[in-house]
Design a protein around this ligand. Structure first.
Ligand code: GLU
Ligand code: MG
Length: 440
């Protein structure tokens, strides 16, 4: 049928539940919405992923708008594949055009601007996503297997084509370790674009799966005894000339003083912001030792159980190549979190480390779960909060978080997520995984 000017384009924004929500307008009216946006209601931020709306201090009062950012427009008409996706990401603004404090995209823009103003630095990031695809016969033992890829039929190739047409830089696809689990990685981008692409990628994975009569779930974990679906954020810092500042061959493990202070800030504040990056009740089933996720506030060298990992440099050993390729990975995030808030949290915490000129954290090379708590403490590390309730209490008590994200964001987040905990009460771990599996 082709594209008609009455076809709908959804103007949407990421929210605290990790969902894209908004309103759709006929294509012929989209341009007129460039400045005026679409009307939005503060209380919408309390819509949980499971139905109930958390108690809102605003009730039926108040008006906001979502203003589309046409740089984040996805417009795909791949009807043969059942992928007809037209949506544009936007910012949730007050009526005077200033950012609403609960807009994750606004939080990220503010954090990135602070990093640039205070320290002359920008951040590049790439989000690595794991998810489960329902459309192939799942079988244990086929992690990374060619047979697992083949069983997924058209899905992986279609997905690459869909992401390519949406303007993402293709990198890798893999049949991950868990039965039915996949991972997709894309190229790095400046912070805002990287987070936008993470939001876009999740929706396009879902859309591609749906076009094949299947489903993709990004829930943090689908089986309490299985592996989780992580979101790993690869990142690096650049100076005002766009030169990377992460590597210094004279420093231990090559971590420059600038990067070391940033990373130290991230680890210092990680227990306080973890609820923002791992915001589901079941996130804490994933963040346990021996699952290759993250369980401690450590900087690990090439360690896939570290909250922050120093990534290996592949290819030539020349200084210029190493300086460009050397980077870090944050592993304590999942797709119940809005990517913009994940990056905002990393940047805000990194700024705190830079402000205080914190020393580079001790780089760990051991399995911390085999050490006793005193040994872990000697390394300057601590166990991450072990439940969403505990992580929320840490967030609530953090003066740093209230200053960095603002009181409104913190209080709104706490209300929303404490309601989510109530929704899950009485469910077994397996039942919760099922509910989150559908919710994400
Ligand atoms: N599935 C693991 C996680 O939950 C990550 C495995 C890997 O290193 O890719 O983070
Ligand atoms: Mg993986």
């Amino acid at each position: 049928m082709g594209v008609s000017d009455t076809d709908l384009v959804m103007v949407c924004a990421g929210d605290l539940a990790g969902q894209l929500r908004g309103k759709a307008v006929p294509r012929r009216n989209l341009e007129a919405r460039r400045d005026t946006g679409i009307g939005w209601t503060p209380t919408n931020v309390f819509i949980t992923s499971f139905g109930p709306i958390a108690p809102s201090p605003w009730g039926a009062l108040g008006d906001l708008l979502i203003r589309p950012d046409f740089a984040a427009l996805v417009d795909l008409d791949l009807a043969d594949w059942g992928v007809r996706e037209s949506f544009v990401l936007g910012d949730i603004l007050e009526l005077d055009g200033t950012h609403w404090s609960c807009c994750p995209r606004g939080q990220l823009k503010a954090a990135a601007a602070r990093l640039e103003e205070r320290h002359g630095l920008t951040i590049q990031a790439a989000f690595e996503h794991e998810f489960h695809y329902s459309g192939a016969e799942a079988q244990p033992g086929l992690g990374y297997a060619l047979r697992a890829l083949r069983r997924m039929g058209d899905f992986p190739d279609r997905l690459m084509a869909v992401l390519d047409r949406a303007g993402l830089t293709l990198d890798t696809f893999m049949p991950e370790y868990g039965p039915g689990q996949c991972e997709v990685t894309v190229g790095h981008q400046p912070a805002l674009r990287a987070a936008d692409e993470a939001s876009i990628l999740r929706e396009l994975v879902r859309a591609t799966a749906r076009g094949l009569g299947a489903r993709a779930s990004f829930a943090p974990i689908l089986d309490p005894d299985g592996v989780g679906n992580g979101v790993h954020v690869h990142f690096s810092l650049l100076d005002s000339n766009g030169e990377p500042v992460n590597h210094d061959g004279a420093q231990p493990f090559g971590v420059s003083r600038t990067a070391g202070a940033f990373l130290a800030g991230v680890l210092r504040h990680l227990p306080d912001f973890l609820a923002l990056t791992a915001p589901a009740v079941v996130s804490y089933l994933r963040l346990t030792p021996n699952r290759w996720s993250a369980a401690y506030t450590n900087l690990g060298n090439q360690d896939r159980e570290a909250a922050l990992r120093i990534c290996p440099v592949f290819g030539p050993r020349e200084d210029s190549h190493v300086a460009r390729a050397f980077h870090f990975e944050f592993r304590a995030a999942d797709a119940a979190a809005t990517p913009h808030l994940v990056l905002a949290a990393l940047i805000n915490a990194g700024i705190a480390g830079l402000d205080a000129d914190l020393p580079t954290p001790t780089v760990t090379e051991a399995d911390l779960s085999t050490l006793d708590p005193a040994q872990v403490a000697d390394l300057g590390c601590q166990r991450l909060p072990q439940s969403l309730a505990e992580a929320l209490d840490r967030l609530a008590a953090s003066d740093w978080a209230r200053a960095a994200f603002g009181e409104t964001l913190v209080d709104t987040f706490l209300r929303h997520k404490r309601t989510e905990i109530e929704v899950m009460e009485g469910l077994s771990e397996a039942e919760m995984c099922g509910v989150y599996g559908r919710g994400y």
